[in-house]
Design a protein around this ligand. Sequence first.
Ligand SMILES: Nc1nc2c(ncn2[C@@H]2O[C@H](COP(=O)(O)OP(=O)(O)OP(=O)(O)O)[C@@H](O)[C@H]2O)c(=O)[nH]1
Ligand SMILES: [Zn+2]
Length: 182
Amino acid sequence: MEKAFAEIIKSVGEDLERDGLVDTPKRAAKAFQFLTEGYRRKVDDVVNDALFESDCNEMVIVSDIELYSLCEHHLLPFIGKAHVAYIPSGKVLGLSKVARIVDLFARRLQIQEQLTTQIAQTVQEVTNAAGVGVIIEAKHMCMMMRGVEKQNSVMRTSAMLGEFQSNQATRQEFLSLIAGSR
Ligand SMILES: Nc1nc2c(ncn2[C@@H]2O[C@H](COP(=O)(O)OP(=O)(O)OP(=O)(O)O)[C@@H](O)[C@H]2O)c(=O)[nH]1
Ligand SMILES: [Zn+2]
């Protein structure tokens, strides 16, 4: 990866020997490894058995989880928030683990739709919840810094599983609680 970054820097006409750039391929490779570390993590390790028996069967919402991902088309960041809700069915998930699941899939090359679905399916699989809802709102640098250059558009995606899909009242409760947090 270091070599690849060195090639990219040379290809823009820069001098790789100059002071500020000497260590840049190494730094950039380290940064890119971090931004894609989701490929090297496993759900079980991330969740770390932090599942707790509970007879709570009311909606749990973790909202406004910061999200940084990379669009797979341009390798530019998309940045925003994820809102994750589920209805427990015997087990609740450690609070931080919801955010860790978001990062696990965000730190990959992604499109927002797939990221949203992967988070929802994983929360469902891990908790066996009666329903899961995920909403992501994000701004894509590939639409802001280049290309169509629209600064204010926000992409909103959702994935609704189980009761969030079949029960209008559940979905509505989730949406109104999210709206309250905005
Ligand atoms: N659906 C979806 N599209 C995305 C996402 N991230 C980037 N894109 C889009 O992927 C598309 C790639 O289109 P192309 O025409 O192949 O690439 P391009 O010529 O660079 O397109 P422009 O961005 O329109 O300049 C663009 O419309 C991007 O806006 C995403 O998360 N979801
Ligand atoms: Zn893009």
